[in-house]
Design a protein around this ligand. Structure first.
Ligand code: ACO
Length: 325
C-alpha cells in the first residue's frame, strides 16, 4: 500500500463576527453563561449570498496553493457537510465548478461533526490503493442557516467556516491509522426532524420549526467526554504509537468543557491540545481542519509531528485519525 500524507492545508472563514453580547440582543442569554458553559466568545456567520460551497472552495484553493498543486491535478473532491447548498446536486460538485477542477470526481459525505475524519479515512483509501494521486478533503458548514435563532440552547453554540487538506502519496509515513464508529439508535439526540423524506417540508413543519437543529445537550456532553478518549486510544493502538509521543491533539471543537474533561481523562498535557472554540464556536465538520490550519500557520504543527485528530457528532458518530504530518 502507498503511504498517504497531507500535502497542503487551508481554511476560510466568513468576515462577519457575532459576539456573545450580540446574541444577548436576540435571545435570553448572556456572555457569562455562554463563556462559562461552552468557552465560546464569538463565532463567524456567513454573509447573505455566501454559501457552503463558497467557503469550501476558498479553503480548498488555499490547501492547493499550500501544497503547490494546480487544480488540474485534483482527482477527487470529498466534501463533508451537514449544510449543503441544496439537497441536490452535491455541494462538492459546486466546489468542483468554483475552483475549476475539471478532471475531478466529486461527492458529499454525511457524518456531521465527524465528517472530516470520515472524509480523511475515505479519501486516503483512493491514494493508498493507487487509484488517485490528489484528493481534496473538505469540511465546510453554514450552520447559521439551520439554527433556530429563537432557541438559546442551540443558537449560541455554532458557527460557519471551512477547512481543507490535499491528500497524496509520499515516501515518508503519513496517515498511520483511523478508527470510525456510529450508533444510529441515538439519532434523535441531535437532528433536524423535517426536510427529508420522513417529514417533507409543509407549512405545518415550517410553523413547528422542525427544519432547525434539535439537540439533547447533556446526553451528548457525557457521550463526547467518554468517546473522544476511547476512540483516540483505539487509533493510537492501531498505529502502534504511545500517547506520550503525540505532538498535537486536534479535537472537534464543540465545547471547551468537553475538550478539557476529555483531555484530563485521556491525560495529555494542555499545551499539546489545539483549542480555538473561543473564536469560532462549533463549526461541525469544519472545526478540525480549521484548527489544524491554525496550528500549521502559527508554527505549532511541523513536518514529522505525530498528530491525532478526534471528532464526534450527530448520528451519533465518532472517529479518530493518527498521522505523521
Ligand atoms: N443562555 C442562558 N441560559 C441557557 C442557555 C443560554 N444560551 N442555554 C440553556 N440555558 C439554561 C437552560 O435553560 C437551563 O436552565 P434551567 O436550569 O432553568 O432549566 C440551564 O441553562 C442549564 O442548562 P443545561 O442544558 O443543563 O446546561 P449545560 O451546563 O449542560 O450546558 C450545553 C449546555 C452547553 C449545550 C452542554 O450540554 C453541551 O455542550 N453539550 C454538548 C453539545 C454538543 O457538543 N453538541 C454538538 C455535537 S457535535 C455535532 O454533531 C454538531
Amino acid at each position: 500500500m502507498q503511504n498517504v500524507g497531507i500535502l497542503g492545508i487551508g481554511s476560510a472563514l466568513p468576515d462577519k463576527i457575532v459576539t456573545n453580547v450580540d446574541l444577548e440582543k436576540i435571545v435570553d442569554t448572556n456572555d457569562e453563561w455562554i463563556r462559562t458553559r461552552t468557552g465560546i466568545c464569538e463565532r463567524r456567520v456567513a454573509a447573505e449570498g455566501e454559501h457552503t460551497s463558497d467557503l469550501a472552495a476558498r479553503a480548498a484553493q488555499k490547501a492547493l496553493d499550500d501544497a503547490g498543486i494546480s487544480v488540474d491535478e485534483v482527482d477527487l473532491i470529498i466534501l463533508a457537510t451537514a449544510t449543503p447548498d441544496s439537497p441536490m446536486p452535491s455541494t462538492a460538485c459546486h466546489v468542483q465548478a468554483k475552483i475549476g477542477a475539471t478532471r475531478a470526481a466529486a461527492f458529499d459525505l454525511s457524518a456531521v461533526c465527524t465528517g472530516f475524519i470520515y472524509g480523511l479515512a475515505v479519501g486516503s483509501q483512493f491514494v493508498a490503493t493507487g487509484v488517485y494521486k490528489r484528493v481534496l478533503v473538505i469540511g465546510a458548514e453554514v450552520l447559521s442557516r439551520i439554527l433556530d435563532w429563537s432557541d438559546r440552547s442551540t443558537c449560541v453554540l455554532f458557527g460557519d467556516g471551512a477547512g481543507a487538506v490535499v491528500l497524496g502519496p509520499r515516501e515518508a509515513e503519513g496517515l498511520l491509522s483511523f478508527k470510525l464508529g456510529s450508533d444510529g439508535t441515538t439519532a434523535n439526540l441531535l437532528h433536524i426532524p423535517a426536510g427529508g423524506t420522513c417529514q417533507p417540508a409543509t407549512p405545518q413543519t415550517l410553523e413547528d420549526r422542525l427544519h432547525y437543529v434539535k439537540m439533547s445537550g447533556n446526553e451528548i456532553y457525557k457521550f463526547a467526554v467518554r468517546a473522544m478518549g476511547e476512540v483516540t486510544q483505539e487509533a493510537l493502538d492501531a498505529a502502534g504509537v504511545d500517547k506520550k509521543d503525540l505532538d498535537l491533539l486536534v479535537p472537534h471543537q464543540a465545547n471547551w468543557r468537553i475538550i478539557e474533561a476529555a483531555r484530563k481523562r485521556f491525560d495529555v498535557p494542555e499545551d499539546r491540545v489545539v483549542v480555538n472554540i473561543d473564536r469560532y464556536g462549533n463549526m461541525s465538520s469544519a472545526s478540525i481542519p480549521v484548527a489544524l490550519d491554525e496550528a500549521y500557520r502559527s508554527g505549532r504543527l511541523n513536518r514529522g509531528d505525530l498528530l491525532a485528530l478526534v471528532g464526534f457528532g450527530a448520528g451519533l458518530t465518532w472517529g479518530a485519525a493518527v498521522l505523521r504530518y
